[in-house]
Design a protein around this ligand. Structure first.
Ligand code: B12
Ligand code: SF4
Ligand code: SF4
Length: 373
């Protein structure tokens, strides 16, 4: 029996290395109203691109993205790679990186493969490829394509593999056969993720206030991390996995078959803070070449390492932090001053406060001094 175009496409997607694939017709997400409420409540924080009216129009009508679009091919790629021993994960002298960023940048892994899938469909078909950055509600469409259910932590969860996977989409004018809606379980009475979130970022189940999420604070937020949230960040320096780690569905997480996401040593998942505090621009670029961490540049990563060092509270970090008080980036001088205040070593902050000309850094220094006097 010969395979239909849709079945052949799914075989091809798997050959390209995707862990699973589903198809849905290119209808607008049924959750647009929830999305608009989220934006109106300003829970997107400073991720201004999410609120752009021209992008909202695209979310409402996918024809604006691809005229005559008929189908969305939704793919997933597992990234779970290694159980980090608690002795490493909870070591405050190390900065924790969320599992999705341990390997090669997933945009670079998935985008060319989705483009290859688009090419496979042929030249008569118009297609557009999205991985993460597009103006569409990826989880909602993937849910409609039968790839899982949305949990109270807002993650797309698959009953037999959990939520440690990336999503990608192909919007296409090809008329593919949509997957039939599948009966999915849900969260039931479980609330583990809601109570485990250290920053209390879920105002209600299924809604995340990004402004409080460690993932937003350490990756998306470009400037000052709100002072009241810094102690709650612990040793996370790039993203956060807590609301997934505690989820019972992730007991079924399958180790990724994708070589690009497999890591071999714990230093990648939880590097030493002292090493990160000492990174200059060149060393940062060399160390994180090919990783998604490269996107946040040295400025944000070292800022995050300062916060983690403040939470570590060890005098071992003082020389590196004092050196950062002279950094050319005000953001780093200010976060280093805060960390020194947390450690209780403010001698250098006191000596340098009068020479500091940036008002925001002065404010951080004054706060650090006031806390200790
Ligand atoms: C902005 C963004 C963030 C923000 C905000 C996250 C959020 N929960 O809204 C921040 C920076 C905090 C973030 C963090 C993370 N992100 Co992110 N993020 C995105 C992005 C770019 C847009 C999401 C968005 O539009 N949010 C707005 C909210 C309102 O929409 P939503 O979360 O999609 O939820 C919709 C549906 O779930 C639907 N829905 C379905 N069922 C139900 C039920 C009810 C009752 C309701 C009300 C709604 C609802 O309604 C919502 C609105 O339409 C997507 C890629 C994309 N273009 O979709 C990746 C994406 C969601 N992120 C992803 C990942 C991996 C992460 C992190 C795990 C990274 C990390 N380890 O640090 C964390 C997880 C935090 C979390 N619990 O969500 C993956 C998720 C894969 C998956 N299995 O779900 C995505 C899909 C990227 C990708 N292509 O793989 N992210
Ligand atoms: S990723 Fe971390 S900070 Fe963000 S909602 Fe989940 S547990 Fe909370
Ligand atoms: S931890 Fe519990 S409530 Fe949260 S997403 Fe998982 S099953 Fe749902």
């Amino acid at each position: 029996m010969s395979l239909s175009l849709t079945e052949q496409l799914k075989v091809k997607a798997r050959e390209l290395g995707f862990s699973f694939v589903g198809v849905v017709s290119a209808d607008p997400s049924p959750y647009l109203a929830a999305y608009k409420r989220w934006i109106s409540a300003e829970m997107h924080g400073k991720m201004g691109y999410l609120a752009r009216p021209d992008r909202l129009i695209r979310r409402e009508d996918l024809n604006v993205i691809v005229p005559n679009v008929r189908s969305i091919v939704c793919v997933g790629l597992d990234y779970y790679s290694l159980e980090l021993p608690a002795s490493i994960a909870n070591d405050p002298s190390r900065g924790r990186i969320s599992n999705y960023a341990w390997g090669v940048d997933y945009h670079d892994v998935m985008t060319p493969r989705l483009k290859e899938l688009a090419n496979w469909l042929g030249e008569d078909v118009q297609s557009k490829v999205y991985v993460d950055t597009g103006a569409i509600l990826e989880r909602s469409h993937a849910q409609a394509a039968g790839l899982g259910f949305v949990g109270k932590n807002t993650m797309l969860i698959q009953p037999r593999r959990g939520s440690y996977f990336f999503l990608g989409e192909l919007l296409t004018t090809a008329a593919l056969e949509p997957d039939r809606p599948r009966q999915m379980p849900g969260c039931g009475s479980c609330t583990r993720c809601l109570s485990a979130c250290p920053t209390n970022a879920f105002p209600t189940p299924y809604t995340l206030d990004a402004r409080r999420c460690i993932s937003y604070l350490t990756i998306e937020l470009k400037d000052w991390i709100p002072r009241d949230l810094r102690p709650l960040i612990g040793n996370w320096i790039y993203g956060c996995d807590i609301c997934q780690d505690v989820c019972p569905w992730n007991r079924f997480a399958v180790k990724t078959k994708e070589a690009n996401f497999r890591i071999v040593n714990h230093g990648v998942a939880a590097p030493k803070l002292l090493d990160l505090l000492a990174l200059d621009d060149d060393a940062f670029k060399a160390r994180f070449a090919g990783s998604p961490i490269l996107r946040i540049k040295r400025r944000r990563l070292v800022r995050n390492a300062c916060v983690a060092a403040g939470n570590w509270g060890s005098e071992t970090a003082v020389p590196a932090l004092e050196k950062l008080l002279r950094d050319q980036e005000p953001l780093l001088r200010g976060h280093a001053a805060w960390a020194l205040g947390e450690i209780g070593e403010i001698g250098a902050v006191k000596r340098m406060v009068s020479a500091e000309d940036d008002p925001a850094v002065q404010n951080e220094m004054a706060h650090a001094i006031a806390e200790r006097e």
